[in-house]
Design a protein around this ligand. Structure first.
Ligand code: BEZ
Length: 341
């Protein structure tokens, strides 16, 4: 073989090797939610939550997905499982622990039963507006509350708010806490929420959301603790006459992930996730705040009597809550001290 033939053959072989290596690098792998992703890999995350698709939390989840996709140039995507498709909140937390789903929007109310520091968020009348609560979410105290999940192997990434809590009554117009005495009211099975209602003399019933409509329709309960959003999406106006827009508690969900899985992700992807979440959370607060009057009007148009009760009526219950819950933990005490005006 001549010298030139050998040189040309060598060049051809080198070109082939370089071409093959290039192809290998450009071939992206898609990892499912049970495998940890490596830098630059494609990934489709799974997120589950309990609300219907017309609730703000679902819209925020969709926004999170859009942001993930655009901030990663299409590399990171999100599949959403709404409306308890993957089970109850307890089931979802278990699936996050096992790594079969990546993210859950889990109510702080549910978490307050397994991580007591979350009770801080349920101090009655702690925040007047959603924007105030959203500012509080960025504080060190709020982040410390999220960190309390780490002993369970969970990473609390952030808080996502829906509208504040209101009181819905089937056929009695409650104007003061005294009117609540003896009423059977559905209250999420969260210790601080139930304690607040017990302090009014009401009898809280810890029913899960899907059972509430039938319970009020059939008179098993006299009313419920709810938000305006879910009152509309679940059509409670069909079975309840009175809506007291008390806005007595905020209603955060907590975006949780499996701690070791999240911390094992490439730093670049963790940043894309947290930045995308931030954008989705801000979108939800801005959108939901602007809907308050529209939601009240929608309920009135559907036949509900919508009215307000002054927070002053609940002074005794507020003081009792602050005293009892400040003694439960230094973090809750600090939260109440910081945000109670
Ligand atoms: C509830 O259980 O009251 C609830 C849960 C999620 C969103 C709205 C309401």
């Amino acid at each position: 073989m001549s010298k030139w033939v050998r040189i040309i053959s060598l060049c051809a072989i080198l070109t082939l090797i370089l071409f093959a290596a290039g192809c290998g690098n450009s071939k992206e792998k898609t990892t499912g939610s049970s495998s940890g992703n490596k830098s630059g890999e494609k990934q489709t995350f799974k997120l589950a939550h309990i609300t219907p698709t017309d609730h703000m939390w679902h819209k925020a989840a969709e926004k999170f997905g859009e942001e993930l996709k655009s901030r990663s140039d299409g590399r990171l995507e999100l599949e959403i499982y709404p409306a308890s498709q993957l089970g109850t909140e307890a089931d979802m937390v278990q699936q996050i622990e096992s790594g079969s789903i990546d993210f859950g929007l889990i109510t702080a109310a549910y978490l307050s039963a397994r991580a007591p520091e979350f009770a801080a968020w349920f101090m009655p009348y702690g925040f007047t507006t959603l924007e105030e609560a959203n500012e509080a979410r960025k504080s060190d105290i709020s982040k410390k509350i999220l960190s309390s999940l780490e002993e369970q192997g969970l990473k609390g990434l952030d808080y996502l708010f829906a509208g504040q809590r209101v009181m819905i009554f089937k056929d009695k117009q409650v104007k003061t806490p005294a009117d609540m005495n003896g009423l059977k009211l559905r209250v999420t099975p969260s210790p601080p929420m139930q304690d607040f209602y017990r302090s009014t003399g009401a009898a809280p019933e810890g029913l899960p959301l899907p059972e509430v409509y039938a319970a009020i329709q059939t008179g098993v309960i006299d009313g419920m603790d709810m938000d305006l959003d879910a009152t509309i999406t679940n059509k409670y106006y069909e079975v309840a006459k009175y809506g007291a827009v008390t806005n007595h508690m905020v209603w955060p969900s907590v975006v949780i992930a499996n701690q070791s899985k999240f911390e094992g992700m490439p730093e670049e992807d963790r940043k894309i996730v947290t930045d995308s979440l931030e954008a989705a959370i801000e979108f939800a607060v801005t959108t939901r705040s602007a809907q308050e009057e529209e939601f009240k009007n929608e309920l009135s148009e559907n036949g509900m009597e919508i009215y307000e009760i002054s927070p002053k009526e609940f002074k005794k219950q507020i003081d009792e809550f602050d005293q009892i819950y400040s003694e439960k933990s230094p973090l809750i005490k600090e939260f109440i001290k910081t945000y109670r005006k």
